[in-house]
Design a protein around this ligand. Structure first.
Ligand SMILES: Nc1nc2c(ncn2[C@@H]2O[C@H](COP(=O)(O)OP(=O)(O)OP(=O)(O)O)[C@@H](O)[C@H]2O)c(=O)[nH]1
Ligand SMILES: [Mg+2]
Length: 292
């Protein structure tokens, strides 16, 4: 049921974003909206330093041209619904020179929405891996809270508000979206994919005993300084990164909360999860087993 709703929202946002992206410059500036809320030191000054950023959302992309516009719109919709009085949300896209021109679409959105500093584009010369993309994005994050999420619409931005509410109410260091606790789930995966994910999660749980229900998930909220401290210790570069970070967080005694999420299989674009990623994951897991 929930997934049908998600998909309807996705398709509405897609229509909206495509329509708006073609009307360059007509939408009110996100920067001006922020200063109108009185967050800047000098109302009316269109200077990004005057706008406080509460949340930085890091989105690594590789060939996500078809998804990034919809994701942008859904994040802004969630931001409006949350009405974050602490500041606005910035989106940091870390693109690895995607051959499909994802970076060009991001630039187009920046122009169409006049959102040059609310939507930050960081470009790297080639596919350097997921873990290092998060670390790269973190160097530009201005918010005291950092969300990490995928671009392929598997992670619905509506959960960001739930993550923030839980973290702020309990002053947690980390909030992790979980597919594998009551209320969470996966929609659209075939049996093989479900089995792969379950097995990966189960093996990691048995080997590392971390006390978290979704180790391989990649939709999380961190205090920025906690994430910085964690990534400075992390060795993994690829898909294992998420697992290593949550295990390290628990071992270091950081407080971790969980919010059940429904993960929706990517509707558009190609999966990057191939045999080499699975082998890399298992290698990384074995390494962690002996080092953590
Ligand atoms: N910058 C960067 N982003 C990447 C890289 N590999 C994957 N991504 C992005 O990381 C996120 C997760 O990758 P996915 O391909 O969705 O991997 P997955 O979610 O495990 O698998 P599927 O959903 O089945 O495709 C997506 O936003 C990708 O575009 C990379 O090497 N560099
Ligand atoms: Mg995905």
């Amino acid at each position: 049921m929930e997934c049908r709703v998600d998909r309807r929202i996705d398709s509405r946002a897609r229509t909206l974003s495509l329509a708006r992206a073609s009307v360059v410059g007509r939408r009110p500036s996100m920067r001006r909206r922020s200063t109108r809320r009185g967050r800047g030191s000098d109302a009316g000054v269109d200077d990004h330093d005057a706008v406080s950023v509460s949340v930085s959302i890091i989105v690594p992309t590789y060939e996500e041209r078809v998804n990034i516009g919809t994701l942008y719109e859904l994040i802004r919709e969630s931001e409006r619904a949350f009405n974050d009085e602490r500041g606005r949300w910035e989106i940091i896209v870390v693109d690895d020179n995607s051959p499909d021109g994802t970076a060009d679409v991001v630039r187009e959105i920046q122009r169409a929405y006049d959102d040059g500093d609310g939507l930050v584009l960081m470009e790297r010369p080639g596919k350097l891996g997921l873990g290092s993309a998060y670390v790269h994005g973190l160097t530009r994050a201005r918010g005291a809270e950092v969300v990490i999420m995928d671009a392929d619409l598997s992670h619905h931005p509506k959960y960001i508000g739930d993550f923030l509410r839980m973290r702020r109410a309990n002053d947690l260091d980390v909030v992790s979206g979980t597919r594998y606790a009551k209320g969470g789930g996966v929609a659209g995966w075939d049996f093989r994919r479900k089995l792969t994910s379950r097995a990966a999660n189960y093996i990691a749980k048995v080997a590392l005993a971390p006390g978290a229900s979704d180790l391989t998930g990649s939709f999380r909220l961190y205090k920025r300084d906690v994430l910085k401290a964690l990534v400075s210790a992390v060795q993994s570069k690829g898909y294992v990164f998420q697992m290593e970070i949550i295990v390290r967080a628990k071992k270091a005694g950081y407080t971790v909360g969980e919010v059940p999420i429904t993960f929706v299989d990517r509707l558009y674009g190609e999966s990057k999860l191939g045999a080499s990623e699975i082998v890399g994951y298992l290698r990384g897991l074995i390494k962690l087993f002996f080092t953590l």
